[in-house]
Design a protein around this ligand. Structure first.
Ligand SMILES: [Zn+2]
Ligand SMILES: [Zn+2]
Length: 337
């Protein structure tokens, strides 16, 4: 199991040009230069135009997980699944030299934009890509996807068969809500009136009794869904669904997903205790939102819990100079278990 952090930032973080801070200082220096040998206007124009090209990203908190089992795309290795796909997923994938059609599956924890905003891109780019999987290329046999569905669609309700589209895993309510969000964008398919979730994706509902199963060479990983308390406001709480990945060799990698702070009295606390490593969200804003664990709250936890935690979903990088936590995740970090 190889985990790559595609992005580590909070939902509303944005990147900035690397030179933005330096730019004003450099401009001041040029303007204050007493002499005629420096073409001031030229230099300032140059700095203004060039500095914007170098951008320091703050991509949303999504992970790429790879298992050494055959992909659905071409039977090669590995199988690539995203743990959530936010609105900037195409950029964070490109940073890892990956394109949307190179992804086999997505696990969806909940329906905030920083976790599902990229699903339209993944669905449409794989739908219109005749080479998404070898099976799909053979099925289309050179024919346009729309024509193929219109000629075969009455029987198949305009569904492309499994093995020809991305697999989407999640709790049933989450996947139903996801479809409500995606429907308008996906309705742009002209002449195909009966589209549904399975026109674009293979739906994989995960329940407490029905985990995700992945092979990884000669080991097996079981991904069991775990409900997290995320947004608790008013009478209708919005949960998020995390996953405990348990390996046949005994390792347990826990992704609670977006979650408010969990204390020892909460039922979910046992998962933080029993896991080998936990990837946990951690906000660092001056004001506590209450929907994510704040770094000040995480620091109060016992060392035996925090030593296993890798922090992400932050606004500014949390301080870990005392090694209270296992690590602070950064873009492109890779962990192998
Ligand atoms: Zn989030
Ligand atoms: Zn959220």
């Amino acid at each position: 199991m190889k985990i790559t952090s595609l992005g580590v930032s909070g939902a509303f973080s944005s990147g900035k040009p690397i030179m933005a801070v330096l730019e004003e200082t450099i401009k001041e220096k040029i303007l204050s230069f007493k002499g005629n040998s420096v073409p001031k206007d030229f230099l300032i124009n140059f700095i203004e135009s060039e500095s914007r090209k170098y951008f320091n990203p703050s991509w949303q908190s999504n992970f790429l997980i790879e298992f050494n089992q055959p992909s659905i795309r071409d039977n090669g290795f590995p199988y690539r699944i995203l743990f959530d796909a936010g609105g900037d997923i195409k950029n964070s994938l490109a940073y890892q030299n990956l394109l949307p059609h190179m992804i086999d599956g997505v696990y969806v924890s909940h329906c905030h934009n920083d976790h599902i905003g990229g699903m339209e891109c993944l669905g449409l780019t794989s739908f219109f890509n005749p080479y998404y999987s070898r099976k799909k290329t053979e099925w289309l046999n050179g024919e346009n996807i729309i024509d193929k569905l219109l000629t075969t669609g009455s029987e198949n309700l305009y569904r492309i068969f499994d093995g020809m589209k991305m697999e989407v895993y999640g709790q049933e309510d989450v996947l139903n809500d996801l479809w409500k969000t995606l429907l308008q964008g996906f309705s742009t398919l002209q002449d195909i009136p009966k589209i549904d979730f399975e026109t674009f994706f293979t739906k994989k509902i995960v329940t407490e009794d029905k985990p995700m199963i992945f092979m990884d060479d000669d080991r097996t990983w079981e991904g069991r869904i775990i409900k997290s308390d995320h947004v608790v406001s008013g009478k209708t709480p919005m949960p998020s669904y995390g996953v405990m990945f348990t390996c046949s060799d005994g390792q347990k990698i826990f992704f609670p997903s977006d979650s408010k702070i969990i204390s020892e009295s909460d039922e979910q606390y046992k998962y933080y205790e029993e896991c080998t490593v936990a990837f946990v969200d951690c906000e660092t804003t001056p004001n506590k939102s209450g929907i994510h664990a704040h770094v000040d709250e995480r620091k109060k936890d016992n060392d035996n819990i925090t030593k296993k935690q890798i922090l992400y979903h932050y606004q500014s990088e949390p301080d870990n100079s005392d090694n209270k936590f296992k690590a602070i995740a950064r873009i492109g970090d890779v962990w192998e278990f």
